[in-house]
Write a protein that binds this ligand. Structure first.
Ligand code: BDR
Ligand code: CA
Length: 311
């Protein structure tokens, strides 16, 4: 599978990159960074660092959008550490980002390889929305699009109702979910199952190679944040699960749904909404969501045990 990765590393993003790099069937063609967990230039440097750690020195990395479409920049160093990698970023990467922006890179690659590329989006969707504005035919040029983001039935994480990726750029999320992408959505109701506990962390810590040592260090920071926040030293590996599902769709079950984004709610901005009511007769009930939206495959459950053993 030929993958263009859009990402905001970010601890779980970094783990997703390491996971993909270790899978024979995955070829990371290019990476775009985006604001989110950290500013976009920092995210690009972190992507380069992790790719280099994985031995992938020639994957091009483009810096993406520095801010959301319609709101100020918010980042999440309080979760991922001042450098986005739990304080373990280390020296600057050897490589430098390419001159093109992430959105331009995505459009160029999609035009060069129509129908071949899988886009895996692990951060806010600003770059994908910009690419769509640059190239309205983009949905038809991609083989598939896997998005980690949103909360449909689960509580939010960054707010009571929204997941971080959709909340960091609700307008971009709305543009992308409103287009005709062949899209699979992996939200918090699914990724919450990818929760690792102290026993799993202890097992990881016994693996003695540079990648596992790095993973142990950065997850340690992440687990400490969860411990301080929720009273348990566990953490949720959202982005690695999305990467694993991109490579093996059978890890999840799905329902085809039109998905809207709340853009105006006082308490619910960034929340995703689908009509989950089991309606068989629409005479008296119209759905405001299904009329104008292209449906997407929404992941409902995932085989977290299989995923975690692979990870
Ligand atoms: C998502 O937000 C970020 O904090 C994580 O990297 C993940 O992509 C989860 O809501
Ligand atoms: Ca992310």
């Amino acid at each position: 599978m030929r993958i263009v990765l859009d990402t905001d590393p970010g601890i779980d993003d970094a783990l997703a990159i390491l996971y993909l790099a270790a899978q024979e069937q995955a070829e990371i063609v290019a990476v775009g960074s985006v604001h989110g967990n950290v500013p976009a230039p920092q995210a690009a440097d972190n992507a380069l660092r992790v790719l280099e750690l994985a031995g992938l020195h020639t994957v091009p990395v483009a810096i993406g959008a520095r801010r959301p479409l319609a709101q100020p920049l918010h980042t999440a160093e309080f979760v991922h550490g001042h450098d986005g990698l739990g304080g373990h970023a280390g020296p600057p990467p050897e490589g430098r980002p390419i001159k093109q922006s992430a959105a331009e890179q995505l459009v160029r690659l999609a035009r060069q390889h129509p129908g071949e590329l899988t886009l895996l989006a692990l951060g806010p969707l600003t770059n994908i929305a910009l690419a769509l504005l640059l190239e309205p035919e983009l949905p038809g040029l991609l083989r598939s699009v896997i998005v980690m983001g949103g909360a449909l039935t689960a509580p939010g994480n960054i707010t009571p109702s929204a997941d971080a990726n959709s909340w960091h750029d609700p307008e971009a999320t709305d543009l992308v979910l409103g287009a005709a992408f062949p899209l699979t959505l992996i939200g918090l109701e699914v990724t919450e199952a990818a929760r690792v506990d102290q026993t799993w962390l202890d097992t990881l810590a016994t693996i003695d190679n540079p990648r596992a040592r790095f993973a142990t260090s950065i997850i340690g920071h992440y687990a400490n944040f969860y411990a301080a926040m929720f009273g348990r030293r566990e953490c949720t590996l959202h982005d690695p699960l999305a990467a694993a599902i991109a490579l093996d769709p059978d890890l999840a079950t799905y329902r085809r749904l039109a998905v809207a984004v709340e853009l105006t709610g006082t308490h619910t901005r960034g929340r995703l909404i689908a009509d989950l009511r089991p309606i068989v007769n629409t005479t008296h009930i119209e759905s405001s969501i299904t009329t104008d939206r292209h449906p997407v495959d929404v992941a409902l459950t995932a085989d977290a045990a299989t995923f975690l053993s692979r990870l």
